[in-house]
Design a protein around this ligand. Structure first.
Ligand code: KG4
Ligand code: ZN
Length: 330
């Protein structure tokens, strides 16, 4: 069965066709990032306006790349939250309209759960129970999955999200937006040649995260020492990135130990970071028999293939949405 996925939770307008939750037949993404760059972050009004302009065309591209018409689509899966209200409404109302006009079943999905599913597109059936770390621009969450519709939150951030922290630190360092890719590049140029030490705070709940302290520490360091030269900025990037990764790896692996889980999925925009992947690969070897899953890099950031795949999985379990489907912002 073919599922049409629709994703508009942040700055992307995305549509994809996925066959049986496994085969990505088409995957179209249009980003309005260019229009936000000069503001140093996403401007919600610009994002939703661009999505209104793009959604019909992007859905058309996904269908034509798949060489399908809507008559061949068995399910429409759409992100209903969390995300930007104005952006989500564009995708949601578009999905409802085609569902109604063509009498295609509709399912609304949680954006963060669909990020987890990005690890399992094109793979054999995911094995449960599974620990999933989702590290995106808006969220940092450790989940325990017993099934696709039995998901428990084990830990979350008490303040800034992980990707948001990369973005804010890049702004402090004058590196532009988005911060993750440029910090990764600059950190790689420093190598491990940095004497600067930053660390992430440890909230009371052991599986929770805190990133606002490290952002402030970078700010004070820069105020005190200035940004003397390119190498100094590279060293700050390295030390910042290492500390954030320390916190993610230590807490996520301790969740695997605590719940005696043998499968771990790491996804979301920050999971595109190669240093983070290397550290997880290396340090998860200490847990005998742990299977580690990452999405392909291009599926780490927002896309509709993961939305289609996850939607199909919960549809198979009997989940359906009516036309009164609303945003789910939490
Ligand atoms: O998942 P995503 O595309 O959007 C949300 O759902 O939020 O994640 C975007 C975030 C941004 O904060 C961006 O800086 C971060 O992912 N990011 C990275 C990398 N690529 C994107 N962070 C660290 N390293 C990267 N290579
Ligand atoms: Zn996302």
């Amino acid at each position: 069965m073919y599922t049409l996925g629709i994703e508009t939770s942040c700055d992307e307008t995305a549509a994809a066709v996925v066959k049986d939750a496994k085969i990505i037949v088409s995957n179209a993404v249009s980003s309005s990032l260019f229009w936000h760059k000069k503001y140093g972050g996403i401007v919600p009004e610009i994002a939703s306006r661009k999505q209104m302009e793009a959604i019909t065309q992007i859905a058309g591209v996904a269908l034509s790349q798949a060489k399908l018409t809507l008559d061949k689509i068995g399910l429409i899966s759409v992100t209903c939250g969390p995300g930007l209200i104005g952006s989500l409404i564009v995708g949601l109302e578009f999905a409802k309209a085609i569902s109604l006009a063509k009498k295609i079943p509709l399912v609304g999905v949680n954006h963060l759960y669909s990020h987890i599913y990005a690890c399992f597109l094109n793979l054999p059936k995911p094995r449960m129970p599974l620990i999933a770390l989702v590290v995106s621009g808006g969220h940092t969450i450790i989940y325990l999955l017993h099934d696709f519709d039995k998901i428990q939150t084990l830990g979350t951030t008490n303040d800034d999200a992980c990707g948001e922290t990369f973005d804010k630190v890049a702004k402090i360092l004058g590196l532009g937006y988005p911060g993750g890719p440029v910090i990764e590049r600059r950190a790689a140029q420093a190598g491990s040649n940095s004497h600067i030490r930053f660390s992430c705070l440890n909230p009371k709940k052991p599986l929770d995260f805190s990133f606002s302290g490290i952002k402030t520490a970078v700010l004070y360091y820069v105020k005190k020492h200035g940004l003397k030269n390119k190498q100094k900025i590279n060293q700050i990037c390295w030390s910042f990135q290492e500390s954030v990764i320390d916190s993610l790896v230590v807490k996520t692996l301790s969740a695997c130990r605590k719940y005696k889980v043998k499968h771990l999925a790491v996804s979301g925009g920050v999971a595109a970071n190669m240093r983070l992947r290397d550290r997880f690969q290396r340090e998860s070897r200490a847990l005998a028999g742990l299977n580690l899953y990452f999405p392909p890099k291009q599926l780490c950031t927002d896309n509709a293939a993961m939305v289609a795949g996850f939607g199909y999985q919960i549809f198979k379990k009997g989940h359906r949405s009516s036309f009164s489907l609303n945003l789910a912002l939490d």
